[in-house]
Design a protein around this ligand. Structure first.
Ligand code: UD1
Ligand code: UDP
Length: 366
């Protein structure tokens, strides 16, 4: 029996680790434990409830408007204590949050092998996204297994001299979760004003705090004023750097609906209902193409180039005029819209978790 400790800290980690946990729980050779750092509290609990996952350990580290330094310090100490108690054979981390970097470091200090789920994503710019590019490089270089979602993420790892036999191209586990959820019939829990089309918005990136998020919200305001028959649905991230700006800039518009973060299934329903998505989210860049929804990405660069190359996701940055112009084209021009709404899934086929579990089974010689 091998003890596998699966670590989750934030909403996207839980969404993407849940299918891995559920897959490993089916294996007779695996004793699965879950460590929730609760880097996110409310948003993590939303996802844990949806997947019926009860953590074995909960560090409850989140503090309002937390700084990276204090968050990292709390995580290193807290995770270290859990590792000393649990003594897992393998620690699985997912993605590039501060939870991932800190828990990987705590595991490395104890020489516990690490499996990195969603390995090899890179922009090549250490400050974009910040601090995630550094987090995933650090976690990646400490890992024994690299579960790369695509061949280009595998190639990024090879360029960093990671041994090819430590890399498994699996697809992204987010597609496992998405496909299992998208087939359910879910209605939105909030009333929307009468509308002809829906535009869905999310934003939360640290590098967009300050002026960029102000420009993003001013651009949404302009689009809402110019397109009164369209409803702009914006589930607002609880980070005060985002929430206060969104409320200040957009709360008075009748065709803009600001709401709390949606539970996962209603959010998938909102993606399915939408004409277009405007977002700086990593996960949404992976999910929306699989649902045939164009995404305008509020970032200068992306570690997920596959959908951009396919032409179904476009980087528009945070320039006011560019956001307004590109969104208006997708609202007005049916041909431009059709070219981006083709429904391709470069990030997976729904079997990533099975591939991860199978690779661990093979290498742990069970
Ligand atoms: C974090 C990750 C980011 C990931 C994102 C997913 C880091 C540095 N950032 O960003 O990579 O893309 O999660 O959403 O790891 N808050 C709440 N309730 C919640 C969650 C957050 O109130 O459930 C507020 C708190 O004031 C908290 C703040 O948001 O201090 C920031 O949370 P944090 O996890 O540090 O950063 P995110 O911007 O959420
Ligand atoms: N999501 C959700 N409710 C929302 C907004 C997003 O469940 O109100 C989901 C979305 O489907 C995706 C994930 O959260 O799977 C993305 O999380 P986020 O954008 O916070 O982080 P990132 O992916 O950028 O790290």
């Amino acid at each position: 029996m091998k003890k596998i400790l699966c670590v989750i800290g934030t909403r996207p980690e839980a969404i993407k680790m849940a299918p891995v946990i559920l897959e490993l729980q089916k294996k007779s050779w695996a004793k699965v434990s879950v460590l929730a750092t609760a880097q996110h509290r409310q948003m993590l609990d939303q996802v844990l409830g949806f997947f019926n996952i009860t953590p074995d350990y909960d560090l409850n580290v989140m503090k309002p408007n937390q700084s990276l330094t204090e968050l990292t310090a709390r995580l290193l100490i807290g995770a270290g204590e859990v590792l000393d108690q649990e003594k897992p054979d393998v620690v699985l981390v997912q993605g590039d949050t501060t939870t991932v970097m800190s828990v990987a470091l705590a595991a490395f200090y104890r020489q516990i092998p690490i499996g990195h789920v969603e390995a090899g994503l890179r922009t090549g710019d250490i400050f974009n996204p910040f601090p995630e590019e550094a987090n995933r490089i650090i976690a990646g270089h400490l890992a024994t297994w690299h579960f790369a979602p695509t061949t280009s993420s595998r190639d990024n790892l090879l360029k960093e001299s990671i041994s090819p036999n430590k890399i498994e191209v699996t697809g992204n586990t987010v597609i496992d979760t998405l496909l299992a959820t998208a087939e359910k019939k879910i209605t939105l829990p909030i009333p929307l004003p009468k509308h002809e089309r829906l535009v869905l918005i999310t934003s939360h990136r640290r590098e967009n705090f300050g002026e960029p998020i102000q420009r993003i919200c001013r651009a949404i305001r302009k689009l809402a004023e110019d397109n009164p028959s369209i409803c702009f649905l914006y589930p607002v991230h609880p980070n005060p750097n985002v929430k206060l700006v969104a409320e200040q800039q957009l709360a008075d518009l009748s065709n803009v609906v600001l709401c709390a973060p949606l539970d996962y299934a209603p959010f998938v329903a909102a993606m399915k209902m939408s004409h277009l998505i405007i977002s700086d989210s990593g996960g949404v860049q992976e999910e929306a193409p699989a649902l045939g929804k164009p995404v305008l990405v509020l970032r200068q660069e992306t570690e997920r180039p596959e959908a951009v190359t396919e032409g179904v996701v476009k980087l528009v940055g945070t320039d006011y005029n560019r956001i307004v112009t590109e969104a208006q084209i997708l609202i007005d021009n049916a041909q431009a819209y059709a070219e981006m709404a083709r429904g391709v899934s470069p990030y997976g086929d729904g079997s990533a978790s099975t591939r991860i579990a199978n690779r661990l089974e093979k290498d742990l010689a069970i």
